[in-house]
Design a protein around this ligand. Structure first.
Ligand SMILES: Nc1nc2c(c(=O)[nH]1)N[C@H]1C(S)=C(S)[C@@H](COP(=O)(O)O)O[C@H]1N2
Ligand SMILES: [Mo]
Length: 365
């Protein structure tokens, strides 16, 4: 009889985790909210359920006085208002963004930073204009080597004060899919998502999509900003020059089935057919071609939606005939390059790019 006995017994003690997660990690987790995994059920994530990650403070900007400066190695340095950007050809694109640090909290030892487990991801419809239309107005000089995007937010990271900034090579910046956007899901950007203007770089991890975009600098040398050369590298140790973090990696997530236990988030389902579903995506516009689901370690193919929007996640589903007892579910995506998800994280010092298989503990009654 449902509700008669607590299936989540023995009730686990709630240990005081002193020495585990730091108070600072908890504070970062409050500031940078996550996609609740049940929100994987939406093709397009409602704005308030989309994950968000901001390094410094969310700036209080005003659309009427906002200006985007485009300078450096350009033929015509410009200052554009929001209306100038809106006057350029508009384009709307569905894009799955994922934080490069998603999964950091499941690596061991952890890097002391935002402790995402697996919920630093979301899909939105972004409206703006291709970046190359903006660059075209200014005219990029032939000796340009990198194009730098600077946000209106400033702070300290690893002892260095800086504006949040990231760069792209001119070829990457000119690609059709790179947008300067002013709307998300049909409404002006929310403050936490970059109001009034941001960059969207589909297929890359989220750090490339600079929010509160205030300045574009065209450089004839590589950009040496903190978030470019110190942050966002796969490093084995602090002296390792490392490899820059760029594109998203192949990954899948499951909508946790049934109902949760409040504290442990373990799941309870009724025996019989349980409809499992979730989302899968990869980087640089590569399609996911296969999703498999494991029930207690036995893999089988799930039904996968064809790739619709090139830079958005694909839905998958799979029926499971649940037998009473304890079960472990998992899902694993493979993309068109043959890349698939590892069963354990590929460790690196700042906890980047963890695309290890998600596991969900379920009790069937
Ligand atoms: N100016 C600025 N842009 C930024 C950031 C930031 O801190 N400042 N965070 C980046 C990171 S690490 C991610 S994952 C995405 C998150 O975008 P969202 O908050 O809209 O989901 O924005 C990127 N753009
Ligand atoms: Mo991020």
């Amino acid at each position: 009889m449902p509700g008669a006995a607590n299936p989540f017994t023995p009730f686990p003690p709630r240990p005081h985790l002193e020495g585990d997660y730091a108070r600072e990690e908890l504070a970062l987790a409050y500031r940078n909210s996550a996609l609740p995994l049940e929100a994987l059920a939406w093709d397009v994530t409602p704005v308030g359920l989309h994950y968000t990650l901001s390094h410094f403070d969310i700036p209080r900007l005003d659309a009427a006085s906002f200006r985007l400066a485009v300078g450096g190695r350009v033929e015509r340095p410009l200052t554009l208002g929001l209306e100038d950007i809106r006057a350029l050809p508009a384009h709307t694109q569905r894009v799955t963004l994922e934080c490069a640090g998603n999964g950091r909290g499941l690596m061991s030892p952890r890097s002391a930073s935002m402790p995402w487990l697996c919920e630093g991801v979301g899909t939105a419809e972004w409206t703006g204009t291709p970046l190359r239309n903006v660059l075209g107005l200014a005219g990029v000089a032939p000796d340009a080597v990198e194009i730098v995007f600077i946000g209106a937010d400033r702070g300290y990271d690893r002892g260095v004060e800086h504006d949040y900034g990231r760069s792209l090579k001119p070829e990457a910046a000119m690609a059709d899919e790179v947008l300067v956007v002013y709307a998300m899901n049909g409404a002006p950007l929310a403050p936490q998502h970059g109001y009034p203007l941001r960059l969207i770089v589909p297929g890359w991890f989220g750090m490339a999509s600079v929010k509160w975009l205030a300045r574009i600098d065209v450089l004839a040398r590589p950009f040496d900003g903190q978030q470019q050369v110190v942050g966002y590298h796969y490093r084995k140790h602090s002296d390792d020059p490392g490899v820059p973090v760029t594109f998203q990696k192949v990954k899948s997530l499951m909508v946790p089935p049934g109902i949760p236990d409040w504290y442990t988030r373990r799941r309870l389902v009724d025996q019989g057919t349980v409809k499992l579903n979730g989302r899968a995506w990869s980087g640089r516009g590569v399609a996911v071609v296969k999703v498999e689901v494991a029930i207690d370690g036995v893999w089988r193919d799930a039904a996968l939606e064809a790739q619709g929007d090139r830079y958005a996640w694909q839905g998958w589903r799979c029926d499971w005939r649940a037998e009473p007892g304890e079960h472990e579910l998992a899902c694993r995506a493979t993309d068109a390059t043959g890349a698939t998800q590892p069963s354990t994280p590929e460790w690196n010092a700042s906890g980047m790019g963890n695309n290890a298989i998600q596991r969900v503990q379920v009790t069937a009654r």
